[in-house]
Design a protein around this ligand. Sequence first.
Ligand code: G3I
Length: 373
Amino acid sequence: MKMRISALTALCLTVLFCGCAKGDEPVLKDAFAKQFLMGAALNDDVVSGKDAQAAAIVEKHFNTITPENVMKWAVIHPETNRYDFAAADRLVEFGQKNKMFIIGHTLVWQNQIPDGAFKDDSNNLLGRDAMLGRMKDHIFTVMGRYKGKVNGWDVVNEALSDEGTLRKTKWLETVGDDFIVKAFEYAHEADPNAELYYNDFSLDKPAKCEATARLVKDLKAKGLRIDGVGIQGHWGMNYPSREDLQAFIDAMAAAGVKVMVTELDIDVLPSANQYRGADINVKVELQKELNPYANGLPDEMQKKLADRYAELFGILVKNADKIDRVTFWGVYDKTTWLNNWPVRGRTSYPLLFDRDYKPKPAFDAVIKTAPAK
Ligand code: G3I
């Protein structure tokens, strides 16, 4: 009897200290429970039940989700007078069923939006007032539907250039310089309890970082709500530098907002060009040398990727008081957007789970950066 009790005690201790039963992998959201929420962007196959193995990973490891595509204007509001909520509803139901923190992505963006959204019935570009009316209708309709269910919104996405100026988009052209201000104003009116974020890539670049800090301060000075800035985290093996990432985190803290790492993936493939952002309009032709790991990632590269993840998570953990959330842009390598950008048809390896849904060495490396509880 005595032996039986001590064996049981040993098992309990193992479970307690490892945070998992024998043979089972550690759980990301538990490992970082005291640091930040851990999340993933989901496509419709994950929530609809078509990709049940991916759904199982999400249910086990993540406590926050972002729709990869289904809340974008082109999907949820395909024609001026027609909304289609079917896929977005599925995602929200999935998140609610699993008690997850749900992010709405995204309300105001220049991509994945029909051209017609900016035009009148005669195909002319709308004027400022008409376009603001359309923006407001979109924000109120989409946020209104998910009020109290979606917890935070990427209100404006990718409005800044790498030089820190406003990008030349249809939003800027139709509404004018204050389209970001108006979007945040409407979003807060539509759901006063929702967290509101500005989201962009390459925010570690000094000029863009400074422009973002200015934007945050300007919104706050106007009395508007902004809770956080999402740094997309489409990162590479040698960017961002530790210093630039730290400078961005510090700049956001000084501006009075939380940092969210919103679209994390690390590209191990050779660069197709000099460009290192995430603008989906950048395209490069497929050439064999750009796709060197079509038959699998060599161990040496797995290790390099794991080391790079460890380096970046080390910085995130050190700054956990300034960071609310870390969201991967996808669940596993087979369905990452990087298989098709900037080159279509490559075999990419940017996430923590491989094509067979198995955790990679990068997964273990990330877990190891979690502080002891
Ligand atoms: O749904 C259509 C399908 O009906 C059609 O047959 C097919 C033909 O190409 O296209 C499908 O739509 C594609 C959609 O993804 C869903 O797969 C679009 O062409 C394609 O452009 C779209 O790409 C998405 C991209 O944003 C543009 O919206 C990527 O999946 C998504 O990962 C990417 O995510 C963005 C973030 O929202 C913002 N930050 C950068 C990030 C990466 O580009």
